[in-house]
Design a protein around this ligand. Structure first.
Ligand code: LFR
Length: 486
């Protein structure tokens, strides 16, 4: 049995996976909330609570019979800083904190955006690590720091005492060279980042240490339990678990974010890819995740959160039923409009977006939810099409994985918008990706990446949605969106 600790933006979980010939059985050992905290210094992650959640999950794993190995993944970009004694300096910032607004321009003044893209291959997101570091420049915290650890690497450090930077997640920092697949010492130097701050890289499958004595004592797992490096960027793990049966697929990893794109062998670092907003993040086995970030279910969860705070009905099921019955295309919004990024009153922001673009805001909660899901479906479809155009690849099927795959309306709308079949599931693709990498490293499954995908396809519940709907209406909506290349 293997344990995957998967940290998401709203909750963390520890999932146990048991492999057998043509078998992969999953059980959820523990789930815990991830509640960001606003302090005078901005919006932060409660990393101690996350560590405690991981420990409690591992304790549950020990009670369930123990594990061959543990792996940890989480969202990208964010980091903790350690001092010379290896202690965490303050609480890591949340990528939705507003402090990075001006920072990108400071970076571009030193490394022009076109050059930065040619080196790192990253789409422009205001919160990328390199911009967060620029906004922290000259702070006492950064001046004192000796080691930067991305959040999953920090969790591994607290389990094992070891220090390393997992490569798929390092590739999201804006300090990683997409071609050489190493830290870009040149960029760090030009941007005044001490080279020693960035720890040695580790690849998925490599050992990351064993449990510290106090971790073993608390969890009840033996101190010799290995922690295995997985694709610690959650999206990289999710892509590894896409249940594709052939090469001509696109994926949408849909949770808080929708990450839509293709798996490639080499980065595409052209101006066309840059202006279309595509990123080249590292995947497992040296693959490249050529994708775009789409705002994702964040729009929906923030909408539900706003309604809950006002004492309004906010249960997802009934709202989705209403949305399914609501009139199509009451309003068409761009889900990636920058004002949707920070936490806050999403219904009011969507209404303001509609008014600004000469549209009547959705009039009922069901219509609002439908507007969000149609906007995501349009963005999924448009991103998949652009990715195919930019790479000359054929796409015959879209695999929608992650929590969003449980949203039948979103899956059907995505199929309709793309004019392609959507295969939905698995919902826990990220944890499955982590389990597969661990199982492979410990010899419980074979090496071949496509065979791992076939195992997921053969063992996990999947649902297929055929494209339907009114093609002309979708085309008209796409023309109305204002969904733009950034
Ligand atoms: C998804 C994800 C995305 C990344 C965003 C912020 O959970 O990891 O891939 O762009 O979170 O880190």
């Amino acid at each position: 049995m293997f344990a995957a600790a998967d940290l998401g933006a709203t909750s963390g979980r520890v999932i146990l996976g048991r492999f057998g010939p043509d078998r992969l059985d999953l059980t959820e050992a523990h789930r815990f909330p991830n509640i960001p905290v606003r302090l005078p210094g901005g919006l932060h992650w409660d990393v101690l609570a996350l560590h405690q959640g991981v420990l409690d999950g591992l304790r549950a794993a020990a009670r369930a019979g123990g594990v061959t190995s543990v792996g940890i993944d989480g969202w990208a970009v964010d980091y903790g800083l350690l001092d010379a004694d290896g202690r965490l300096l303050g609480n890591p910032h949340h990528y939705r904190d507003e402090r990075t607004e001006q920072a990108a321009e400071q970076v571009f003044a030193v490394v022009p955006r076109e050059e930065l893209y040619r080196i790192t291959g990253l789409q422009h997101l205001p919160f990328t690590t390199v911009f967060q570091l620029a906004s922290a420049r000259g702070s006492a915290q950064l001046d004192t720091a000796r080691t930067l650890l991305l959040v999953p690497d920090l969790m591994v450090h607290w389990l094992t005492g070891t220090v390393g930077a997992e490569a798929t997640n390092a590739s999201t920092t804006g300090l990683f060279d997409a071609t050489t697949r190493t830290w870009s010492a040149g960029l760090a130097d030009r941007l005044g980042i001490r080279p020693g701050l960035l720890p040695p890289l580790r690849l998925p499958g490599e050992p990351a240490g064993t449990l510290l004595p106090h971790v073993a004592a608390y969890t009840g797992l033996p101190p010799s339990t290995p922690v295995t490096t997985v694709a610690s960027h959650d999206t990289a793990s999710a892509v590894a678990a896409v249940p594709a049966r052939g090469p001509d697929f696109a994926y949408v990893s849909c949770g808080t974010w929708s990450l839509a794109g293709l798996e490639l062998d080499a980065p595409v670092l052209t101006e066309a890819a840059r202006t279309a907003g595509f990123t080249n993040e590292l995947g497992t086995d040296g693959t490249v995740r050529f994708l775009r970030n789409i705002m994702g279910l964040w729009l929906l969860t923030e909408t539900l959160g706003t309604r809950a705070a006002r004492g309004l009905p906010h249960a997802l099921g009934p709202l989705l039923d209403e949305a399914a019955r609501a009139r199509p295309f009451a309003a068409v919004i761009d889900p990636d409009a920058p004002e949707f990024l920070p936490p806050g009153d999403m219904p009011a922001r969507i209404a303001a977006f509609c008014e600004r673009t000469g549209q009547t805001p959705p009039e009922s909660p069901g219509s609002l939810v439908r507007t969000i899901l149609e906007a995501l479906a349009l963005a999924h479809a448009r991103t998949v099409r652009r990715a195919a155009e930019l790479t000359g690849r054929d796409v015959a099927v879209v695999h929608l994985v992650g929590g969003g795959s449980r949203n039948a309306l979103l899956c059907q709308l995505t199929a309709d918008a793309a004019g392609l079949p959507v295969v939905a599931g698995p919902g826990e693709a990220t944890a499955i990706g982590s389990l597969l990498i661990q199982a492979r490293a410990h010899g419980a499954v074979g090496d071949d990446r496509s065979a791992l995908r076939r195992l997921v396809a053969a063992t996990q519940p999947l649902r297929r949605y055929e494209p339907g709907g009114d093609r002309r209406a979708w085309a008209a909506a796409a023309a109305r969106t204002g969904q733009h290349d950034p």
